[in-house]
Design a protein around this ligand. Structure first.
Ligand SMILES: Cc1cc2nc3c(=O)[nH]c(=O)nc-3n(C[C@H](O)[C@H](O)[C@H](O)COP(=O)(O)OP(=O)(O)OC[C@H]3O[C@@H](n4cnc5c(N)ncnc54)[C@H](O)[C@@H]3O)c2cc1C
Length: 141
């Protein structure tokens, strides 16, 4: 049987995490009503792929996600580590239902445009399929 959700978020970068927080505030229950599918192996979105010499503090900074202030970054630690740690803390604090690695390979609308649930195909320990009423595309660049 295909699992059905009220909402699915694709991507767990800052956009996907902020969108997930909004789903929580609207009363959607993690794992029951929505999940987040992220292609990365671990938290951080695009930030975890930045090079080691890029740090936060001089030219670079990030905005706080809703509900957890970022605070002051350690300028001696690569941004790829600092931001990934912050996003990981965020996922844990709010119990966000992130599945990874889970690259989405295809989204279709079997009942026609704007009709019925969307069908989402993804990889996670093999090929999988779920359906959802709402899809939030937060795949970044
Ligand atoms: C060199 C550089 C420096 C930057 N410096 C700053 C800065 O100082 N401050 C700032 O605010 N911004 C900065 N940015 C921009 C910032 O990195 C982006 O705005 C931010 O990462 C966008 O967040 P996002 O959540 O939209 O996407 P991303 O961070 O790209 O996250 C998208 C997520 O979706 C996942 N994904 C993608 N495709 C799929 C798929 N098919 N299935 C499942 N998951 C998928 C990815 O694995 C990723 O985890 C910088 C960018 C660059 C390149």
């Amino acid at each position: 049987m295909t699992t059905h959700y009220r909402a699915v978020v694709i991507g767990a970068g800052q956009a996907g995490l902020a969108a997930s927080h909004e789903l929580l505030t609207r009363g959607l229950r993690p794992w029951h009503d929505f999940v987040v599918l992220d292609a990365n192996d671990a938290p951080g979105g695009a930030w975890r792929h930045r090079w080691d010499s890029l740090t936060l503090g001089k030219a670079h900074g990030i905005a706080s996600l809703p509900g957890l202030p970022f605070g002051k970054a350690d300028e001696t630690v690569p941004a790829s580590v600092v931001v990934a740690d912050y996003y990981g803390d965020y996922e844990r604090k709010f119990g966000l239902p992130v599945v990874r690695p889970a690259p989405v390979t295809r989204v279709t609308s079997p009942d026609g445009p704007r009709r019925g649930p969307l069908r989402v195909e993804y990889e996670h320990e093999g090929a999988r399929v779920l359906t959802t009423d709402v899809l939030l595309n937060a795949t970044g660049t």
